[in-house]
Design a protein around this ligand. Structure first.
Ligand SMILES: [Zn+2]
Length: 282
């Protein structure tokens, strides 16, 4: 008699991951093969972006919080926060990354077997642990295009659904396979590459650092207001830019205050005041 393998629901899996040591949080799931449950048209991260207000900052291992999310979001995808001694090597076949991995292994040696999931696009997430005190930064496209999901990064976890219609699945689950320590050569390469990646990003002058944050966001908010953007739009824009570029980000209270200040002025000072007279419809 053959036994049916036990396939946990997303939330049963979430509890198990939390116990294993991976903080989790819910992310939106795909609807069909082109839409996202966030309902935004043209969502660029279908089935992969956080559905809680503070995103990955809401990641938790707390059983009660997870049970609460289970009730609130019965149908969802699930993500796991990386960092704190664990990172994932993200291999995306759509970008031809198997070649990069093969080249690396040829040069340095085979990667050890470790906890590995198959992603919905047919790629892999290979999880590694690192020694105490070592942090691995989150970095996209550093190893000939292989991505590193480290500190402040996350991966979508099985049994989440991918927009391709495939589910994320374990090849070697954390409940059967030892989480291997990353070989030194991999850590060294990642460290070197993420350092140059970080300085590359910084040199593009993207960061809005301390001393510039309030002024920059205020003047940006004012110019949006002058273009006729409403209070909700301005608040959303300031939040997004704060999150993406301010180092460190301002608090949400600070952003609320900034947005309120900006919106004391009526929207759309430079929008034409007078309607253009259209010819009457015959
Ligand atoms: Zn979405």
């Amino acid at each position: 008699m053959s036994s049916t393998p036990f396939v946990p629901t997303v939330w049963e899996a979430a509890l198990a991951y939390a116990e294993f040591g991976i903080p989790i949080f819910p992310v939106y799931q795909p609807i069909g093969q082109s839409a996202c449950s966030c309902r935004k048209t043209n969502c660029s991260k279908i089935g992969k972006h956080p559905r809680t207000e503070n995103g990955l900052r809401n990641a938790t291992r707390d059983r009660n919080q997870i049970l609460y999310w289970n009730r609130r979001y019965p149908d969802t995808n699930l993500a796991g926060l990386m960092g704190n001694g664990i990172f994932a090597l993200d291999i995306d076949p759509a970008k031809g990354r198997w070649d990069s991995l093969e080249a690396l292994q040829k040069q340095y040696g085979e990667l050890p077997h470790t906890v590995t999931s198959k992603t919905g696009s047919g790629g892999e997430h290979r999880l590694f642990r690192v020694g105490e005190g070592i942090t691995v930064a989150n970095a996209v496209g550093v190893l000939d295009g292989l991505d590193i999901r480290g500190d402040n990064g996350y991966i979508v976890l099985p049994p989440s659904l991918h927009v391709s219609g495939q589910h994320y699945e374990w090849i070697n689950s954390p409940f059967e396979q030892v989480l291997s320590e990353a070989p030194d050569w991999l850590v060294e390469i990642v460290k070197k590459k993420t350092k140059s990646y970080e300085s590359h990003v910084a040199s593009q002058n993207n960061d809005i650092t301390k001393g510039m944050r309030n002024d920059t966001l205020l003047s940006l908010g004012r110019s949006l207001r002058a273009k006729g953007i409403n209070a909700k739009g301005i608040h959303g824009a300031l939040l997004a830019i704060n999150e993406a570029q301010c180092i460190p980000p301002l608090s949400s209270d600070d952003i609320n205050t900034l947005a309120k200040n900006v919106c004391k002025k009526p929207a759309g000072d430079i929008v034409p005041r007078h309607r253009i007279e259209l010819p009457p419809i015959k």
